[in-house]
Ligand binder design. Structure first.
Ligand SMILES: O=P(O)(O)OC[C@H]1O[C@@H](O)[C@H](O)[C@@H](O)[C@@H]1O
Length: 309
């Protein structure tokens, strides 16, 4: 970052690099995205995981556990791990698939996206291809391209393109496992899921229908809401702000908070940290996505934060 004094009005101008690549303490590349107003996002090549998203006032919007294991191949408990090619335990793979545990690369020459998606400088393109060991447990040749993009307004956008590379049709599920930072789980409500059916992981995935006007929290929640609208909101009354989750190609929404007992059983999670985080995940779970040879799927998630009463 450089600081310069403008000769005309003597005001302090701060010039930031839109994209900077650094190394974390394990030697893994991390990419810092910054927009001209000072909002930022940090992405690791480990897991293609967004680790931080900050406002122009430097306020962190994503939760990371104080007990997170910052050593590959573990996924960091926080930020936005990507669950692919399996969400949860619905399949033969380890929970949430392997993409969050692999090293991605920077895609220097990605195929072009829709022009609007290039409208700015603060973005990075990542690429994951299967390793030989991955093909043994999931024998499908794919390319997973992920663009992480910080807009001029400070919104965080994730665009995924998954392609079948010349192999038999395959199916996958996917989720952006987003750990939102909140003031207190008892003070938040989620809107946009009312009247939807959901599968309850706490009751062997039994199907229920959401009855309330908005979702509030007073015990463990582990659900997948089915076929939701494309905008979901999380209102944080104490912090007087709301997150908006806009999604395309991701019909379902995972909602997870481990509450008291489960928190104590998770090694990389503090006993009391369930109060400060809520996972609301744009996902395609119930109906897996099938790609024939040469076909590509695109999914988008855009996160924004606004003041609210
Ligand atoms: O500990 P993991 O593998 O990151 O998973 C955390 C949670 O992720 C949620 O999405 C699942 O629905 C929960 O059942 C799970 O406990």
């Amino acid at each position: 970052m450089t600081h310069t004094i403008s000769s005309t009005n003597q005001s302090l101008q701060i010039k930031r690099k839109a994209v900077e690549v650094t190394k974390d303490r394990n030697g893994t590349d991390q990419i810092l995205l910054q927009n001209p107003r000072g909002a930022s996002a940090r992405v690791s090549l480990h897991g293609g995981q967004v680790l931080s998203w900050r406002t122009d006032r430097g306020e962190e919007l994503l939760f990371t556990s104080s007990k997170a294991i910052l050593k590959p191949p573990y996924a960091v408990r926080g930020g936005i791990p990507i669950c692919f090619p399996q969400f949860g335990q619905r399949g033969s793979l380890e929970q949430h698939g392997f993409a969050r545990n692999r090293t991605w690369i920077i895609d220097e020459n990605p195929p072009p996206l829709h022009p609007n998606d290039n409208n700015g400088k603060a973005f990075i393109d990542l690429l994951l291809k299967p390793l030989e060991d991955d093909l043994k447990i999931w024998p499908h040749s794919f390319e997973f391209r992920l663009r992480v993009y910080l807009t001029a307004d400070g919104n965080l956008s994730l665009i995924s393109r998954i392609r079948n590379i010349n192999c038999k049709p395959f199916s996958f599920s996917i989720a952006y496992h987003t750990y939102f930072s909140i003031s207190d789980i008892s003070e938040v409500r989620v809107e946009g899921l009312e009247t939807l059916d959901y599968l309850d992981n706490l009751c062997q995935r039994e199907r229920f229908t959401e009855q309330g006007d908005a979702l509030t929290f007073e015990s463990e929640v582990d659900r997948v809401y089915l076929g939701s609208r494309d905008v979901i909101a999380i209102f944080d009354h104490e912090r007087k702000r709301a997150f908006f989750i806009r999604k395309e190609g991701l019909p379902d929404v995972g909602v997870w908070n481990p509450w008291v007992k489960k928190s104590k059983a998770i090694v990389d999670f503090g006993d009391e940290e369930y109060k400060q985080m809520l996972c609301v995940n744009g996902a395609a779970v119930e109906k897996p996505i099938t790609l024939k040879t040469g076909e590509e799927w695109t999914g988008r998630l855009e996160l924004s934060v606004v003041p609210s009463s």
